[in-house]
Design a protein around this ligand. Sequence first.
Ligand code: TXA
Ligand code: MG
Length: 329
Amino acid sequence: METKICKIDQDSIERAKQILFSSGVVAIPTETVYGLGAIGTDSIAVQKIFEIKGRPSDNPLIAHVHKDYDITKLVHIEQDYVYDLIKEYTPGPLTMVFNSKNVVCEQAVCGGKTLAIRIPSHQGCQDLLRAIDQPIVAPSANLSKHTSPVTAEHVYNDLKGKIELILDGGKCSGGIESTVLDCTEKIPRILRAGLITKEMIEKTCGSCEIAMHKQTDKVRSPGVKYKHYRPKCQTALYEYEQIEQVINRYDEEERLGNNPYIMCADELAKYFTGKNLLLLGKTDREIASNLYDKLLDGEKKAGIIIAIAMPDEKGINLGIMNRMKKSCG
Ligand code: TXA
Ligand code: MG
């Protein structure tokens, strides 16, 4: 199968619509990462997503809808804080988990009773969702376990020959996947950290918990238990303070002929003059937005990526560190 990359516009959305309505799948841009979409009520199309990605069959998909879609067609809204969250943070990088009305097929939710809903803000994605006017279920458009794609080219590198169409909406501005929030209980609970932070949710809802995902936990977001986001080269992860150790490791890897690259925030570059660097940016938003891009750039040129952690796990750094630990730890 030939895989085409088309700029997202009226013509390519029309083509995507034809593919989706004939049980096909299409890669779509969002403001977080690229998704691999299928119509959520079409079990044949949904099955294709799992096959193409090599995704474990117990990891449910997020349903994406446009901003005027009535989500009560799909789920039960049982908590009042949900209306405030919708008002404050949608469209945007927030996914909310509700009890499902079972309109979206059971293959998409892996037989579970809940459904995760997201209203992306990316304009091209909104246009597509509006043209379809049905829930589109979409995981990130990468092969399972690999780093999530933030450009159409990243999607192509993973899925060429396996899908017909990639809608190109430019580089994703967010750069890490949406915050997944369990909205079925009195206190909202973060299942996967992202750009909508615990602090932001607390401000809106009064309180917010973070799921610990311990071995003993009843894991509510199955995706978090898998190895994830890994680039194809070797990796190592050091604490923010371990400058000395990073330099030693770099020199050692270089001696071994392993072509090391240090991945860190711009502010640390001054300690590593003359060394190969993958610079992530200055602010937490910039760093989130560049993380996968730099990992995917790094896997092409580095033998080993030596990553340096953020100084803390507050705010957006929690989401960044969650991805860094899984990709490089
Ligand atoms: O930003 C994003 O969320 C991207 C874009 C494409 O929207 N999508 C994405 O999908 O990251 P995926 O499939 O790679 O990750 C979905 C996460 C997984 O950790 C999954 O376990 C969790 O959301 N999830 C999905 N449905 C759920 C549900 N009903 N209950 C709990 N967790 C759920
Ligand atoms: Mg994913």
